[in-house]
Design a protein around this ligand. Sequence first.
Ligand code: GDG
Length: 465
Amino acid sequence: MSRLVIVSNRVGPVRDAARAGGLAVALVDALRARGGLWYGWSGDTNNQSAGVKVEQAGALQLATADLTEDEYDDYYNGFANRCLWPLFHYRIDLTAFDRRYYEGYRRVNAKFASGLFPLLREDDTIWVHDYHFLAFGNELRQMGAEQAIGFFLHIPFPSPEVLATLPNHDALVRGLFAYDVLGFQTSRDLERFCDFVVREAGGHVEGDRVTCFGRTIIARAFPIGIDTDGFAKMAADSEDARRQYEKAVRGLRGRAQMIGVDRLDYTKGLPERFQAFERLLDDYPDARGELVYLQIAPTSRGDVQAYREMRQELEGLSGHINGQYGEFDWTPLRYINRAFARRSLAGLYRASKIGLITPLRDGMNLVAKEYVAAQNPENPGVLILSRFAGAIYQMPEAIAVNPYDIKEVADAIQNARYMSLEERKERFQALFDGLQRDDVAYWRDSFLATLEHEAPMHRNAERPS
Ligand code: GDG
């Protein structure tokens, strides 16, 4: 079996099992099973170039490179997080178009590609992840790489009209045709990509073969999953999860808990969610004193202005809600800006009667899946899920809501509070069965099988420039 090379902006966490998410674990499993290399940014900035650092971690190798301060500003904070991230989540208003950012992005993609190239073996399979590295495959090909290279986009692919607002969008899409396989989270993302290729770039689509710029590639939806059995077991059996569960239940003193867990990000719809909770307390007085909403939102990307502003807004809203409705023995909203260990999180999900996951736009959303996997099958909680999260297509038994419609979300919470045990069990079972079938191993294996066994023999075709 060929060696697997994974390329992603951040590497790991490989050693810290408590922090490692299901995705990292699934990728590490594959790397260990067949031997492999994981390559990406070290997380450090350093103006003296130290080149690529390679270390051995058991059966797998980790290769990392630093960024300079300028590269960090232009590639990471700039083009990746102030252009591509907002734009691909339909926030044109927050998108900062700046040629310097784009140049920095190209430079860093080229720098990382030239760092990897000498480490490659002829029969490696290379799997590149996410919006930081759209241009990576093309840079590798320019250097002469002929290996199978696949790309998976973890975030949504925007509609052609939205993508077209980005200067240089044509070069980015052209670069994608250097890959052999493109993977998207949902068939809607795939449709939007195909739409772009046909309408804006003059390409054509036949089944899952997409031809443009003189090359044919495979483009397909591979909805990402979680380690469903592992997560369910951790929530039910692990000592830490059980301790956290018991602590939460004791603290609730008979009240119900509703939970949200999100990186602190404007795509997650947190201000709207807080407003919906306030609306619930306003419209349904029976919820007062009875329901506690726990929102865990670890800070991310704190040095981007839009994130700082949102944080202030949320602090204002939570203070207002607790000031307005709180009682001396009941705090309606517990808003926590710190990360929890994964096992603790599993216990908190299980202690929550409602999972409230209402992003304004999300590639998939793994929290929705983790919440379901963590439930007690005999007395499961209810998932309320945004219709704009990719996960909704695989989770039709959740209560689907429009996150912009504050009243609809408030009504959905009230509906979830009173849902019968029978209906909760039915919905849970259907959701859980789906999560077991389409878990993270299935996602990984089906992507790699496509890349290794189905990719078209395009390598003699003209390379994109
Ligand atoms: C991107 C796409 C897509 C969160 N807080 C804590 C914590 N987390 C973990 C969750 C979950 C992960 O972080 C978040 O994953 P999501 O899928 O919800 O969201 P993004 O970070 O935006 O991820 C997304 C995903 O990529 C995968 O393709 O689904 O659409 O945007 O696993 O549990 N983990 C710990 N403590 C926390 O406080 N340990």
